[in-house]
Design a protein around this ligand. Sequence first.
Ligand code: SAM
Length: 228
Amino acid sequence: MAASNNECLDLMHRLMAYRHEPIHSELMKIRDKYSMLHLDVLILIYHFAKLCSGAILEIGAFVGGATIAAALGIRDSGKQKKLIAVEPGGSVKHKRLGTRNILRDLERNLARERVLNMVTLVKGKSFKPETMSAVRYALGSQPVGLLVLDADGAKRRDIDSYRDTFSDGCWMVIDDIYGVDANEKITPSRADVDALVAEGLLEPLGFYGWSTWVGRWRGSARDEATTE
Ligand SMILES: C[S@@+](CC[C@H](N)C(=O)[O-])C[C@H]1O[C@@H](n2cnc3c(N)ncnc32)[C@H](O)[C@@H]1O
């Protein structure tokens, strides 16, 4: 518990430190143009992408805000890391970010921010067998060191679909955990995350922005024990 308290404090401290660095205004522009997430969450995605070992898997890329934050983290790590973004496409009504064609705008935004060549885009729903095999093919033998999960309300479904690819301690950023009104996304998302924490599979490290849970995957040891 003491170790995870230190990690919580370290994250808060990092966030404060980033506010005094040029990346803060870079990510502020990315958020305004392309993301529904809070700036603090984009900063943490950037931070985890910079620090993690292994690949980055994003489920629910929308028009690319979090994808671009992760790509900038890879850029600033000076290392080669795989970044896989899963998005089925469609249209969305939204005051600031509404679009008639998510995939067209996603590809355009990644190109505009010069990160398109860093991203493997898997077009499809996370739980479809063809999507799961495309993600596994893109990963090869690399484990996932950061998961960004911001699709629908079925968090457990997506975690169960990819849990065999997570490294022990994989950073996890999961959205839709809080809101003033319980809705069709928040209620099941929160129930899933609370259950995974109670089972010892997820270690919580904090709540950020408007609605985002941050923590680490602790299920690898158990998965290994059950396959032996
Ligand atoms: C709230 S948006 C993501 C916002 C994004 N993280 C950002 O930075 O603004 C949710 C996205 O998840 C996608 N989505 C919904 N269900 C999905 C699924 N099963 N697999 C992958 N993506 C999904 C939607 O098409 C939508 O683009």
